[in-house]
Design a binder for this molecule. Sequence first.
Ligand code: SF4
Length: 186
Amino acid sequence: MLTDLFSRWPLIQQIRTGANGNGVEAMSERTRNLRPKTDGAEVARSICPYCGVGCGQLVYHKNGKLVSIEGDPESPISRGRLCPKGADTYELHTHSARLKKVKYRRPYSTHWEDLDLETAMDMVAERVWETRERTFQETKDGEVLMQTTAMAHLGGATLDIEENYLIKKLFTAGLGMVCISNQARI
Ligand code: SF4
């Protein structure tokens, strides 16, 4: 019993095997049996949603539940690395404080209220159209203008090429907006 305990002592194992103390010789029985939380999970490839760099991510899921989100070693952009923001993407999805309702504070109100998405989208559409109708300039100094500078659009990094194409087409050709920019992927 004592001999067994003694032989499991990391220092003795290190002397016996000639190892440097960083490997299995330094592990307890419990540590040796630990399994990564991604064991047995399915994985899908994705891209970090935060910024224009577009680092590759591996999204692990098991039984329909998200298990972990990690850097993708095969991404030519990030080669397995994620910055602190990207490394927290799992929490972006799972944190208990994540807002899942649209929050709205009416003019002069002192508190936020929940709106359903459809109501919020209708309100945005009405305001966009009202602003466009009120500020659209067909001419200036006798020249054709056909634009409004009263609205601007700043796209986020998660927008893909097709979405940006549609945004540009709708906002410029449809509404006459000229102030449109995007945090494009590199
Ligand atoms: S991991 Fe960081 S650098 Fe990479 S895309 Fe996400 S936010 Fe940008």
